[in-house]
Each structure stands twice: as structure tokens, then as C-alpha cells.
Design a protein around this ligand. Sequence first.
Ligand code: ATP
Ligand code: ZN
Length: 880
Amino acid sequence: MGETRRHSVDVPITRTLVALRRVRSLRDPCTTSMSKFASLLDNVKWETGSNNGISLQFVEHGDDACKAAADAPVGLIPFGSYSIMEELESGCDLHKLSSKVLNVEGDACSRSSQRSCADLSVKGRELACNVPSISHVEEAASGGRYRTTHYSTKLASSVGEYGSRLGSPVTSTNHSYYGDEDVDFDSQSNRGCGITYCWSRTPGYRGSNQSSDVEEYPLLPGNGNGESDVVTPSHEVLSRSLSQKFGPKSFDELVGQEVVVKCLLSTILRGRITSVYLFHGPRGTGKTSTSKIFAAALNCLSQAAHSRPCGLCSECKSYFSGRGRDVMETDSGKLNRPSYLRSLIKNASLPPVSSRFKVFIIDECQLLCQETWGTLLNSLDNFSQHSVFILVTSELEKLPRNVLSRSQKYHFSKVCDVDISTKLAKICVEEGIDFDQGAVDFIASKSDGSLRDAEIMLDQLSLLGKRITTSLAYKLIGVVSDDELLDLLDLALSSDTSNTVIRARELMRSKIDPMQLISQLANVIMDIIAGNSQESSSATRLRFLTRHTSEEEMQKLRNALKILSDAEKHLRASKNQTTWLTVALLQLSNTDSSSFATDENGRNQISKDVELSSTSSDFPGDVIKSETEERQEKNCNETAETVWKTVTDLCCSDSLKRFLWKRGRLTSLTVDKGVAIAELEFYTPQHVARAEKSWKLIADSFQSVLGCNVEIRMNLVISACSPPKSAKAAASLFFGLFSCSRRMLHKSYLTTKTDSDCAFEKPAVTNSLRSCQGNVLRARSVRSSANASSRMSCSSDQGDANSAMCTPHMPPGEKRPEDDSDVLCWKRTPIGKVNISTRPKYSVSRISSCDELCLVGSGGDTEQQELTAYRPSPSLQHCS
Ligand SMILES: Nc1ncnc2c1ncn2[C@@H]1O[C@H](COP(=O)(O)OP(=O)(O)OP(=O)(O)O)[C@@H](O)[C@H]1O
Ligand SMILES: [Zn+2]
């Protein structure tokens, strides 16, 4: 009894303990050696009492100690006179030390002291076993200048430094360093390794830090009760990402930024330090890491300027262990707060505490607001000449011009694939990860020059615990292999429309989203055009290359690239990505590329142009077209033709296939709000009637090709060579062909397979569709409805479109369509007053969704009449 002593310590110790735990996670050798001691703290359970403080209890390991603890509270060690760090400083044996267990004072503890003592004793033993021997750690450390050199430094001394700090609460108290009581910048930024000084930014800690707003007490966010809710679970400390673990710690560990490194080293060598540096470039290319290395190098005391930061001198040690006071990493969000900014400015105008330079790293500086920039720039002249600002951004264009002009700019370029895969392979070797070189190369090629992204991908793959193979990488990253891409491209270029559609759908269903597919296709085409693919070409690639060598083929590839890039814009804005991608693929065999133009609303212009062309052919003099228009028109026609060909090809019945191809024409295709609107033209009423009968099959085919809901409109165009005998005849014909509206819902297309004899997978058409016969009947019943007729007849002129809205006409006794049938509002859109004898174009719409009817044209049997076609409004609204 009496061997254990007790002493209550206050907040700063708590913070320091957390800091010590965090330090454990650092890879820097200095801190790695610290981690040996920090591991002792993993099992510390501290509680803040209502007095906002914690108590530590060192319990002698062993039965006596247990007894002592059972009689607690006695024998706790006064921290001032016996601290763990003192013991460390005096060079005690680690294993011996670890048998001392830190205990928590608190209600629970004192109540069950006997049991907890036993538990803790066990832990104490475990701790003793877990403390790694120095030689083991040395062994584990492989590569890396610091690692080797640091491990050779005397452990006790580095611990001693830390320990002395721990033992001295004064140094870690939260008092204002620069006397600013409003917001103490320095104290905020100097919270041990977790926040701004930390070399490797332990993630868990950062997270908790971010959540506390002002972070006056980041480790003990005051909840009023003094309970600390920022106890970082030890697993967070232990599970670090490869990216953090293998982050560069010196200039020579930086990959692919040779010019920057050379420049910065030269700056240090010549001592020509300016006050503002701006590091910019794509994400994950090492800007933040470099800013830290540079900051350390600026203050490094090593005589050999080219090897700074040395990692050995006291400046390096204190910085790398997170205790440096003169390097501050601050985030832009905080800096936008006036009080914080004031504090920083005040801080920057004072000379450094102990180092040569006071360095302020402002990451993501594009987030600073105008006022902050203004204040900072105005204050630049007042800053101490030893203050250095390193601004880091990946969005240079967002910075004010005067910032750019006042800073020395360093561009970080994307890291090239070879460098990335070399680094990844090195990591794999160091981590003992089994890998295929192909997989690593693939990851590199998919990381878009960001080493961090590549490391993250590798990290993920390594979690699967298997060998990292290329196919695993494909699966994880969600891309298709080059061979699959080339197959698809080959099909698309060779106008094998139905197989193109089938293949594209397969890929999109099982492996990849349309955006990714389009970007991969574009990349593969670029590779081929640039001739990048000769060396490691697969058999498929070689086959492809031999087939597409001619100038004409190359031109096709160039056009394909253009089409895909245009389509990509569509895809970004569209919900119907699959459709647009399919349409784009069907165009790849075209020899010209400009058919994917968009109008100001971002809609595809195919329809417009095709409509234009179809009407203009009737009236050559009506529209004077420029050459470009003509070319576009031609392309649109070609595209429509390709789609139509694919659709007809996919029809199950051969006779229907032949009929549609011979007698019908796709004149317009628009996709709007999830519905593809296909306008078909036929030239005799009989053909329209035939097509009407097979409308479901046609809609099916369209859905298969376009992958979305489909609305089909059938137009009867009575050509000049076969006009109806009289206008009356035409009108009666016309009214015999009323229109009905339905929309074919495209449900679970991607999962349902047809068992029909079609070689193609068809969508599941789930809503109950009425037969054509039903529509006819209904049309008749509508016609007989006085209400409906009057509504129709009043709309024969070009009046207010809304006045012609028809609500669905429900014949008496008829049930409303089922839930999944949309009821559409219709808007009268006159296609022009035309004389039936000269321009007999009648619109018969069949919108495959709901079984509502809509009359087309005005009623009446007059000889000469103005016809107005009713079409659905472009934005199909739902009637309530
Ligand atoms: N050039 C590089 N050399 C070595 N490692 C790098 C390099 N670039 C990135 N990394 C790896 O990526 C991690 C993150 O890099 P860093 O934060 O420095 O990139 P960044 O350019 O600042 O990115 P961001 O703009 O997103 O902040 C590093 O810890 C390191 O593992
Ligand atoms: Zn140094």
C-alpha cells in the first residue's frame, strides 16, 4: 500500500496525451520512436471529471499493486514528482515502464477498483509484450533517409524532449503566446501533432478537430460538463492510409516534380527567400507535401543545404514531431474569420520564436474570400521579414490577380504514369503486397496524374487481401478493358448497328456507367490516333489496328472522337445517358462528325434538322440553307437513318422489319425528360394502319435501342405523287386515323431478359397496353363526344395553345389507366396552316404511355380546310 500515488492534472495534460497518441502514428522516425511510448497510452482511459480535468493513476503491476488499487484512492503518483516521461527521460526500461498502467480516476473506477485492477494488470502485461524492441522497429523501417538516420538517434533523448514537454504543463497550456486574448492564433494552431504542425495529419484527429468550430479546445471541446468527447479511438490512429504512410518527407522522396524541387532547393541554397510562394497544380500531385518539406527546409539547421530538411537537427525534430512553433498550417475557412485573420496578421508581424523563419501554409487558398485577400495583401509590407507564406491551391484561376503577381509561383504538373506505377510498385514491395505489374500500370493510367488517387486505389485493392490483379483493378475501378472497348469501337465503326447496341448495353449494364464508357472510348481513340499503342499491344488491339489503317478509317476515328466529345456534353446534362451514348455510338460510322450539335436548350438538334430537311424537301424554295446547315442536315438524316435501321433490324418479325424499312421513315428523334419522342412518317393510310397495329413491337425496338421510355408519333404524309383524291377524302382518312397516346414504360430494362426468339434483350413492358383495336374504339367514342368535338373544333385556328388542352377523354364506364400510365396534358401546336392539297401532312401520335386519346385535326367535312395537328407539348406534363 502506498506505492501508487495519485495526482490530478488538468486539461493541458489531456491534450498532451492525445497528442502523444497521435504522435504514435507518425512515420517520421523521431515520432516512430515516440510511438513506442505512445502505445502505453492506448489503454489509458481518461475521463474528465466535472472539474474539467483528468487524473492519472500509475499502478504498480502485480498483486500488491492490485491490492493497493483496491484500496484506492491511495498511492497515486503525483504527476509533478513522478511522471511517465521522467521515467523515460531517466532511460528506464521500456518493458518495465509498460508494466505501469495508467488508470483513470472516476466514479466507475473507484467503484470497481478490484476488478478493474485485474483488467488493467492484464493490459499491463499485454503492453509489456507489445512494446516493440528498438531493433525490431529498426528492421521494420526500410528505405527512406529519415527512417534510417532517425532510428539511429538516441531514443532516450528524443523521448526526453517530448517527456520534458509533457512533464511541463506550462508549455502546453493554452495561454496566448502573442498576447492576443481575442483569438490566440498561435495557441490554436499549436495543438500538438494533430492539427497544424503535424507532419502527417492523422485523419481521425483532424476530423474531430474540424467539427469543433472555433477549436479553442480541440481536444476537449467544452460541453459544459468537462467531458471529453474527443477521445480518438486507437484504431483510427493505427489504420492509416498508404497515401499518408508513404507521403514524401524530403525533396528526394517527391515524385515527378523535378523542376519545382530544383528551384526550391536552389532558393534555400542561395538564401533568396521571398515572402509569398504559390504552389498550384492538379490535385494529389504533392503541393501540400512540398509546402511542408519546404517549410522544414527553411528552418533546418543542417550545414549541407542540399540535404535540407535533414530530419536530424533540433528544428527538424521539433517540426516533425509536431512541436514546432514557427510553422503554421492554417485552413482557409478559419482564415476567413476576421478575428482569426487579425491574429494571424499579428503573429506574422512578430519575429519567429526560435527558428529562422515563421512559415504560414495556407492550403486550399482559393477558398479565401476577397476581404481576406485584401487584408492579407495590405498587411504584407508589415510582416516580419522572416515570415514566409506558402499558398497552396489546385484552382489557380480563382485567385485574385494581385495575389498572382505578388507571389513566386510553382506549378505542380500531373505525375506521369510511369512514375506513379514505379512508386506504387515500391509501396507494394514495402508493404508486402502481392501484385501484378499490369494492375499497377492500370491503376497509374486511371489516376489521371494524381499520385494520391493512385495510392488510394492501391490501398483499396490491398484491402481485398488477395493478389492485386488487373481484373481486380478493373472491377474495383469500374472500367472495361481495352479489348472490350476496341471490340465495341470496331462494331460501331463498321455500322453493325444492332450488335453495337447490344454490346454497349451489355457493358453499361454490367460494368460501367455511360460517362465512364464514353471517356474510355475517347481515350482509346486518342491513343490510336497518337500511335501510342504499338508496344504492349494485345491481340485485339493489333487486329483493330490492322483493320483501321487507311486514311479514311483514321478520318472516321477523328470524327468518332468529335462525336463522343459532343455526346459527353449531352451526357453530363442528361438523365438519359444510356440513350445518348447509344445514339452517339450509332453515329460513329458516319464520315462526318457534326451531327451532335445542340440548340440553346441543350437539346439534340437532330430532330430539328431532320424535320427541317423533311419539310424543306417538299418546299425547296422555302428555306435558304447555309452550307453548314446542309451538312448538319445531311448528318442528321444519316443519324436518323442509322437509328431507324437499327430499330427495324431489331424487330422480331421479318415481315415487319421489311415493311418498316421500306415504307416508313424516322424523321425526328428527341429525348426529353426521360421520354424519347420518335416521329415516323408513312405515305399511305394503309401503311399507317399497319404500323399502328405493330406499334408495340416498334416501341419495343426503340426502347431496346434507346433505353428509355418511348413515345411514337406516326405521321401520314401524302406525297405529291399520290395525293388523296380529294381534300374530303384526305380529311376523312385522317379522322379515321385519330391518335391515341401511350407511353411505353421502360421498367427494369436492364434486368429483364426476354425469352422470345429475338436475339436481343428487350425491355419489360410492364404497363398494360391496350390493343390498337381498343384505341380505335375509343377514338370513335371520343369523336362522338360532343364535348370533345367542340373542344377540338374551337381549336382550328392558332389560338392560345393552352385553350386547346385536352384532359384525357374517358369514355363512360371506362377505367382510368393504371398507376404506371402517365396521363399527359396535350398542347396544341399547330404545324402550320396548310392547304391540304399542297401539303398534306397529318400528325398521328401514338405516345406509348397512357391509353388516352387525342383527336388530331379539326373536325368537319369541309372540302378545303385548315388542318391543325395536335401534338404533345415538348414538356409532357402530368395532369393532376
Ligand atoms: N509528387 C508526389 N510525390 C510523392 N508523393 C506524392 C506526390 N503527390 C502526391 N503524393 C502522395 O499523395 C499524398 C497527398 O499529396 P498532397 O496532399 O501533397 O497533394 P496535393 O497536391 O496537395 O493535393 P490537393 O491539391 O488535393 O491538396 C501524399 O501524402 C503522397 O502520398
Ligand atoms: Zn534539419
